[in-house]
Design a protein around this ligand. Sequence first.
Ligand code: KG4
Ligand code: ZN
Length: 347
Amino acid sequence: MPVLGIETSCDETAAAVVDGDGNILSDIVLSQLDDHRPYGGVVPEIAARAHVEHLDTIITRAMNDAGLGYTDLNGIAATAGPGLIGGVMVGLMTGKAIAAAQRKPFVAVNHLEGHALTARLTHQAAFPYLLLLISGGHCQLLEVAGVGAYRRIGTTIDDAVGEAFDKTAKLLGLGFPGGPAVEAAAAHGDPTAFALPRPLAGTETCDFSFSGLKTAVLHAVRDAAPLTDARRADMAASFQAAVADVLVDRTGRAMKQFAGCHPNVRSLVVAGGVAANQALRARLDLAAAAHDFTLLVPPPRLCTDNAVMIAWAGVERLRLGLTDNFAAPPRARWPLDAAAAATGAKA
Ligand code: KG4
Ligand code: ZN
């Protein structure tokens, strides 16, 4: 029972078809990197216009690759948020239009739920599991009890971890997008070369903070200027080691807490664009093993933004009869755990 997924919440225009058994029938991602590179970051207006320009072609390619016509689909799923509102509107309206024209069920997908459920497609992860969601806009620890059932255990009190990677790359002149560039530079550097802080490590909650680390990198870069390539690599490695230490510390605390509530469950899922980072994956793998957890991380292509995860979330929701009507609104903000977000901490 195939589902078409559409993703347009940031700077990837993506469409994919996934069937009910989790077979990926097609997976098209058009990155707008070249459009945004001159500005050193994603420009919302440019992103929205690029989605308008390319989405039709991307969807046609996804349907052709899958070898299907619209009548073969079981449903259409489109990201309805959170994200850059112009882009979200483009994908959401297109998804609704296809569903209306073809008289197919429609699912308005939370982008974060797409990340959260991907490990069920790639690793058949069973509920419940502990989720570390690390992306450009989010850094959270969640208990995933089922589709739509998320309890937030910790979140960032300021910046997201992907944002810290992107800012560090900018400070080091490594270009855009920052995450992969920092990872590549760090591979040649000495992680002990610069003393950087590990914000909130060792504290009681499972929350994160990255703004102090970002500022520390800024000062260290200024003090060390002009940077040679070798010192730049050292800085990237030192930053990445600080991030790894913080993620391991906070996730370790969450694993203890989770194991207390679920004595027989030992699954740690890591998802979101930053989970594509091999060095962080290796550190989290060791941390999971130390707590007797199994680490489940989707392949890098399914960690960064894609439409497979949206189609899969659509499959999961359709199975449960969870469809949406055409009044489903586009949302710039849409926390997975609305109750926790209402307490005032960043979603
Ligand atoms: O999930 P994602 O593709 O988009 C959002 O939903 O935000 O995550 C994008 C973020 C960016 O900040 C990017 O720099 C980061 O993920 N990222 C990485 C790597 N690949 C992407 N961060 C560290 N290492 C990577 N290899
Ligand atoms: Zn994402």
